[in-house]
Design a protein around this ligand. Structure first.
Ligand SMILES: *Cc1c(COP(=O)(O)O)cnc(C)c1O
Length: 358
């Protein structure tokens, strides 16, 4: 698909922009959105930037019944010089294609999608806040739209991209979170959809999240769905532990989401000469490291928070307090480096940062 096919129809009713000190997350949406349609036999067609507004769908649309849907999440960052940047957007559309393939949905043209996204962002550039830590959250997603309530793959889809200005994740500096290690519910199993970024994984996780919240925890750490023994990931983040000078993270095993922040963190650590070990990590092994005084730092990685330090883990009543409940030095360094690259304030030797407009 060519960029020249992108149709743009701008609204004449621009909304008032929210106060950038009170943005929150995912509450406000910009004036426009991207949409395109897929029809079997014809492929993706009619890419367009149109006013943000409600969709009209038949209530029999297959997404409502069998959950054929995938999504992505990334951000655009605007710095003091007015430059707007994306962080590794090609990786998001690559992953979207892997998620689409898993749900038997049609592939998209990754290059075209990055170009279409850049165009949408330049149309909406005035919506990107500039205060430190703020950004424009980008939500691409694909839904099955065919009106049919038999179980099979849909023959029509819509792909949309919504934009939402968001506040700084950490308004008063980084706060370590409390994590409940979940031993009853599971998020994903090998061969399932854990590796795909699909809404159904989240639907299945909400109950455990709510119960952990009631017990005073911020997030759930998921164990593997077969033996309930090996660490997988935290809520919507991948997880890392610094143990005796090494950094451990669960190896990708088919049920763990392949985070782009995870991959970037591993590349940075290797570049700094910090040993990174991707392996199967039993909670028991982590508890032993803790008891031996070797669990030095722990953190989650994901687009929303970038890096989220972990101050406490509770596994079946075994409470592990990490680094006195304070953000570790290495954790802070990764955060500062990634955000520095994202805002175009640090050297980007990996070529991760993509300038949208100057
Ligand atoms: C999106 C997501 C992540 C983090 O991925 P990033 O690409 O780093 O934002 C981790 N786990 C789950 C379950 C996710 O959906």
């Amino acid at each position: 698909m060519m960029e020249s096919q992108l149709r743009i129809s701008l609204t004449d009713q621009r909304k008032e922009k929210p106060d950038s000190s009170k943005l929150g997350f995912g509450i406000h949406f910009t004036d426009h959105m991207f949409m395109m349609d897929y029809t079997a036999g014809k492929g993706w067609h009619d890419p367009r930037i149109i006013p943000h507004g409600p969709l009209t769908l038949d209530p029999a649309a297959m997404v409502f019944h069998y959950g054929q849907a995938v999504f992505e999440g990334l951000k655009a960052y605007r710095n003091k010089n007015g430059e707007v940047r994306l962080f590794r957007p090609d990786q998001n559309f690559k992953r979207m294609n892997r998620s689409l393939a898993r749900l038997d949905m049609p592939q998209v043209d990754e290059k075209f999608m990055v170009e279409a996204l850049k165009k949408l962002i330049s149309v909406e550039k005035e919506w990107i806040p500039t205060e430190p830590g703020t950004s424009l959250y980008i939500r691409p997603f694909v839904i099955a739209t065919e009106p049919y309530i038999g179980v099979r793959t849909s023959s029509t889809y819509k792909l949309l991209i919504l934009l939402s200005p968001v506040g700084a994740y950490y308004e008063n500096g980084m706060n370590p979170v409390k994590i409940y290690v979940e031993s009853h519910y599971v998020r994903a199993v090998r061969g399932g959809t854990g590796e795909a970024k699909v809404p159904g994984n989240y639907a299945a996780s909400l109950k455990a999240q709510a119960e952990a919240h009631d017990k005073g925890y911020d997030q759930v750490l998921w164990l593997d769905g077969v033996e309930n023994k090996y660490i997988e990931e935290v809520g919507s983040m991948n997880v890392f532990f610094k143990v005796n000078g090494e950094v451990w993270t669960p190896a990708l095993n088919g049920s763990i989401l392949q985070g782009i922040t995870r991959d970037s963190t591993i590349q940075l650590l290797k570049d700094w000469g910090v040993p990174v070990i991707e392996k199967r990590i039993a909670v028991e092994e982590l508890l032993q490291a803790y008891q031996n005084g070797q669990l030095e730092e722990a953190f989650g990685t994901g687009t929303a928070a970038v890096i989220s330090p972990i101050g406490e883990l509770n596994w079946n009543g075994h409470v592990m307090t990490v680094n006195d409940n304070k953000t570790g030095q290495l954790t802070q360094k990764i955060y500062d480096t990634l955000t520095g690259i994202q805002y175009g304030q640090l050297e980007d030797k990996f070529g991760w940062s993509v300038v949208v407009t100057e």
